[in-house]
Structure formats: structure tokens, C-alpha cells
Design a protein around this ligand. Sequence first.
Ligand code: PGA
Length: 248
Amino acid sequence: MRKKVIAGNWKMNMLPNEAIAFIEQITPMVKDTENEVILCVPYVDLFYSLLSAQNTNIKVGAQNMHWEEKGAYTGEVSGQMLKSIGVEYVIIGHSERRQYFAETDKTVNKKVKAALANGLKPIICVGETLEQREQGKAEEIITKQTMLALEGLIKEQMKNIVLAYEPIWAIGTGKTATSEDANNSIKSIRNKVAELYGKEIAEKITILYGGSVKADNAKELFSTTDIDGGLVGGASLKVEEFSKIVLA
Ligand code: PGA
């Protein structure tokens, strides 16, 4: 059975002192869970969060990275830099980066490769817009994004990959995909992975759902056959709410 993974995506929220307080508060609440708990925090919070999360079961991730190791890329942070302070996960290809920061399937693929080369575990986001869904193109879009993100990866690397299905129309809108729809979309992503890497790898890979996950819908979403947990935005900013999702 696949382990459930609950990843918080704080986006551009939380100052270092707030991050420290959050982790201190949530640590005892989630200490007995068998689920993987990850907090993807802003760059400036990474170091503080890593220190606060030492000797706990909480893992820390970044929300983006550059694909080059170093060089003249003002304002960017590399995979090597993240790894050097002990970061374990990194979100890649979030729809907000695709939408506002010119992230493309190509740059997603480059970042995924660089993350793996540095021993980081990428959480790769794919998802369709409302328009694409209404045109009946959702499955085509998400399987294509998946294929392009993974292009050039070998089987051996797939064990360090996490995928996240995040329908864009469900992010931050309060509209959650029905658990059935989300599960079906995730099944089609899993089938794509099977087609590319074989059934065994497809059965093992973790695929999360993201988009308005809350304490009161988490259980239903996570009890489906193919949803292996959540990538949680807004609801990951509140200790009570996020701990309930972890324990759901
Ligand atoms: P949301 O965000 O939970 O606030 O909808 C999810 C995400 O963008 O990862």
C-alpha cells in the first residue's frame, strides 16, 4: 500500500517567526501519524523551518528552484543550494508559476532533472484550466503535462518523484473537484506512468490531489483508490485545520 503524503504549500505567506511557531504547535499534534507530512515554505523560511522540524516527523520543502547549479541568474535559488541546507522536497511546475512566472513544460522538465541530480524529491504539479475541462480536454492536458515533465527520466529515478494533480479551477477557489473526478484524473495520470515506466512503478508512485483541500473534505478525497494524499494551500496556513487534514 502506498503511504499517504500530506504536503502544505504556504505560497508567499508566513514570516520566519510564524513558521517557527507553526511547526512548534503542530509537532505534537501530528507526531504519531504514519502519513508523510511536508511543509513547502518560502525560501526565507527554509532554514528556520528545518531547524524547528529537527527531530520531528515533519519534512521541509521549497516551492520552486532554478535548473542551473549556479551562475548569473539574479534572484534565483538552485537545487544545490536547497540540498545544502537539508531541504528534501521541492514543488515544481505549480500552476501559479506556470501562469505568472513563465514556467513551461520545458522548464519544468529541466527543474525536475536538476532536482533529482541534487538528491531532492520533486513534487510535480499538473492540472487543467476550467476551459480545458469544459472542452473535454482535461485528460489529454494532464497526461501530456505528466509526460513532458518526466521526459528523459529513467525508471530508477521514478521512486523519488511525487506527482500532484491540481485542477486550476479548484485552486484557492473553494471549489473542490468531486472525489470521483479527482480520482479518475489521478487514475489517468497513473495509467500514463504505467505506459511510460510499467505497471509496477505506476502502482508505487505517489499522486496527490490539490485544490481547496480542507479538513471537511480530506477524508473523502483520501479514501479513494488512487488519491495518495493532498497538496494543501490555504488550509495549510492554520495549525488546527492542517493537523486535521494530516490526521484525516
Ligand atoms: P488551495 O491551493 O488548497 O489553496 O486551493 C492548493 C495549491 O495551490 O497547491
